[in-house]
Design a protein around this ligand. Structure first.
Ligand SMILES: Cc1cc2nc3c(=O)[nH]c(=O)nc-3n(C[C@H](O)[C@H](O)[C@H](O)COP(=O)(O)OP(=O)(O)OC[C@H]3O[C@@H](n4cnc5c(N)ncnc54)[C@H](O)[C@@H]3O)c2cc1C
Length: 379
């Protein structure tokens, strides 16, 4: 029986582009399917920068994060595109705040020593942050940011150069499994492949049967940019990524990468959606703008407290906040990587490697047991 390719990858965004790169560079014949054009603006991997940290707070992905920097450096080298910038990272908040107490506990549990910066050191090194008297600052050397658009472009260019084919403007609407092959259908064609990797991001709930993850949904993530009073002060050399607990909420921010504006956002209650078409990407609720502007005015006085640019995006969320990674059933012919719940980008090169291993060798990995896609049906 003739196959169109050994592996078909459905969805060429963050994880799909990484899988494609890994598969093609290992010599597998692979076809990627992207419903829009590659590099489109509607996916989860857009917005200029993503926080990258081997943070003790995200202890559940620490094993993966140990390999992530090497993965990004390898992709930078083969593609020639700048992807990862290490700036160090600040975590700021009162000692008894959930953010700081949890972080310090995790660092100590790991047998490490937290690195604190006192208020004098902060005033000398990072005067951009207006601290409250009871604020504590923890420094994390292994933090920085990744450029999402460059990353996806780098993986696609490298995959294509290694022989991967990508069909753009092609939505896969049906996936039919047979013992030794899988049929992928679009509106006007059928492809036959040995195995399929499902990396449909916020569209995953359209292609994965609803019963697999009851309660799986989408979360809206709002990005907001502020103009700075001094561009240099907020450049990557002077303004590390930060997470801060203040006034009962968590803020995060990244250095200025474009046009003198600085991205600062806050993690409010998550707006939930069941399908990407429900999202209004243009109108941002005024109360959210008011909240973030108020926080910036009080905490980062060298920014003008007015939002000059926004981005409204989605990621797929699972009920336990952990991704779905692995075969959908014992045949191992359909492998999912989805539901990254607002925190998958930093891990992307490692996920690509895992997907290639599962798709080429049909391997099973015990370390992925906790992320098995069918875990919700068992409980
Ligand atoms: C605003 C925002 C900020 C974030 N910040 C961080 C951060 O700081 N650090 C971090 O680590 N993570 C962060 N994340 C999370 C991270 O970006 C996502 O977890 C990750 O990008 C998800 O990748 P994905 O491949 O699942 O989805 P996508 O990148 O969206 O890829 C899915 C692709 O599949 C295509 N597709 C879907 N269905 C089909 C179909 N049927 N046929 C063909 N093509 C299809 C889509 O068009 C899309 O291109 C953030 C996410 C957002 C939205």
């Amino acid at each position: 029986m003739e196959l169109d390719a050994q592996v078909g990858v459905v969805g060429i965004g963050t994880m799909g582009s990484m899988a494609l790169w890994q598969l093609a560079s290992q010599g597998a014949s692979v076809i990627g399917f992207e419903q829009f054009r590659v590099g489109h603006e509607l996916g989860a991997g857009v917005g200029e920068a993503r926080q990258f940290r081997s943070n003790y707070l995200e202890h559940d992905v620490r094993e993966i994060m140990l390999q992530a920097e090497a993965g990004y450096r390898e992709l930078e080298q083969v593609s020639g595109l700048p992807l990862l910038t290490m700036t160090g990272g600040l975590t700021i908040g009162p000692a008894d705040s959930p953010l700081i107490s949890e972080l310090v506990k995790r660092i100590l549990d790991a047998g490490d020593d937290p690195v604190f910066l006192n208020h004098k050191e902060m005033a000398e090194r990072f005067p951009q942050h207006e601290l409250d008297e009871d604020d504590i600052v923890v420094w994390n050397e292994n933090s920085g940011f990744v450029r999402p658009e460059n990353t996806i472009a780098a993986a696609i260019l490298t995959a294509r150069a290694a022989g991967a084919e990508i069909v753009e403007g092609c939505e896969i609407t049906d996936i039919e499994e047979h013992p030794d092959h899988v049929l992928l259908r679009s509106a006007d064609r059928v492809w036959r492949v040995r195995r399929v990797v499902l990396t449909a991001g916020p569209w995953i709930w359209r292609v994965l049967p609803k019963t697999v993850v009851p309660g799986g949904d989408l979360g809206r993530l709002l990005l907001t940019w502020f103009p700075s009073k001094d561009h240099e002060l907020f450049s990557p050399d002077h303004f590390p990524t930060f997470t801060r607990y203040a006034f009962g909420t968590t803020l995060y921010g990244l250095p200025s990468l474009w046009s003198g504006t600085v991205r600062v956002g806050f993690a409010g209650p998550r707006s939930r959606f069941s399908d990407p078409d429900e999202l209004n990407r243009i109108i941002v609720p005024q109360n959210e703008i008011d909240t973030i502007q108020g926080l910036v005015a009080r905490l980062i006085p060298d920014l003008f407290p007015i939002v000059v640019r926004t981005g409204t995006h989605l990621d797929a969320y699972t009920p336990d906040g952990q991704p779905l990674i692995g075969p959908l059933d014992s045949s191992g012919n359909i492998i999912a990587a989805a539901g990254f719940s607002g925190r998958g980008f930093k891990m992307a090169p490692v996920i690509g490697k895992i997907l290639a291993e599962l798709a080429v060798e049909g391997a099973s990995r015990t370390d992925l047991f906790r992320w098995r896609p069918r875990r919700f049906e068992e409980s």
